[in-house]
Design a protein. Structure first.
Length: 308
């Protein structure tokens, strides 16, 4: 049911209570952080609203009129309940700020997010973090649906309805088993790469989208014919290590295997698939609280990391 237009604002009722408690309009104005003329103006507006004087000014200060005393009596429980409402909202906000839901693409979730956590814990030690890992398309859906306060994607384009900020840079590499014939090649041509069935991530993956865009720019009309599609970076690496076929992966994802020699990087002449890894959030809602802290941590880490 709509309130009557004669219903006073809570702030002026609170001011009136302060005048009665402190005995002076000037002291009440000081307590509320406003000037005395502003306080007087608000009381005059209240009197105009209710149709009767509520304060009586004397040389000793201000005191309520008979009508004002009644309004004070009615206003006190209203203001008390409003304070309880404010306290409850603050408690809800506090509980919200103690939990951070994050959605991240698999490369970010597996190879960058663990590096960010110590710094996040140092800056927001009371925050509980819940991470949802998936491909970049799923990350965008989670952020848009409000299931995650912030997301991290690898796809070349920012999902519709979201804004983004770059937190790191990466490049895609072609990798094979050491037993694969390409492991003994000094370099491949782009046409050889385009003409080979590869192990790829599933449609919607940022890695696959970035690879397809980079290769299509060099070989117009090229269409992928995957040898195998996998939704897990770990499964994709294992298939490649076991000789199933060549794969295209993030340099972050294969750093350990390249160092150990279980995978070999293959040079493709003229193919340079560099990309940005970005944080995403709903348009017009720049990350704040723990989400803003995580974004700052990720941005600083990316600025310190050498570019691939």
């Amino acid at each position: 049911m709509p309130l009557s237009p004669r219903t006073p604002d809570l702030t002026v009722l609170d001011l009136l209570l302060s005048v009665v408690e402190l005995g002076s309009l000037g002291r009440a104005a000081e307590a509320h952080g406003i000037s005395q003329p502003s306080a007087s103006s608000r009381i005059r507006h209240l009197e105009k609203l209710v149709g009767v004087p509520v304060l009586e000014r004397t040389t000793r200060g201000s005191r309520p009129t008979a009508a004002g005393a009644l309004i004070v009596q009615w206003a006190r429980p209203v203001v008390d309940e409003a304070q309880r409402l404010d306290d409850g909202i603050a408690a809800l906000r506090g509980r919200r700020d103690c939990r951070l839901n994050v959605a991240a693409s698999q490369t970010v979730a597996e190879y960058l997010f663990p590096q960010w956590l110590p710094a996040l814990r140092g800056e927001a030690p009371e925050t509980t973090v819940a991470l949802e890992a998936g491909n970049s398309a799923k990350v965008g859906e989670s952020v848009l649906a409000g299931r995650a306060a912030i997301g991290f994607v690898e796809s070349p384009r920012t999902p519709k309805g979201l804004e983004s900020g770059t937190v790191a840079r990466d490049r895609l590499v072609v990798v094979v088993s050491p037993r694969h014939t390409w492991a003994r090649r000094s370099a491949l041509t782009v046409d050889e790469l385009a003409g080979t069935a590869l192990i790829l991530r599933e449609t919607g993956s940022g890695t696959r989208t970035a690879f397809e865009r980079a290769l299509t720019a060099l070989v117009p009309g090229w269409q992928p014919v995957p040898l195998l599609e996998l939704s897990s970076t770990t499964a994709l690496k294992n298939a490649t290590v076991n000789g199933v076929g060549p794969a295209v992966l993030s340099s972050l994802a294969v750093r350990g295997e390249l160092a150990a020699g279980t995978l070999k990087s293959v040079t493709v002449t003229g193919f340079d698939a560099r990309r940005s890894l970005r944080a995403v959030w709903p348009k017009g809602q720049r990350p704040t609280g723990p989400a803003g802290t995580l974004y700052a941590v990720a941005h600083r880490a990316g600025a310190l990391r050498p570019r691939p």
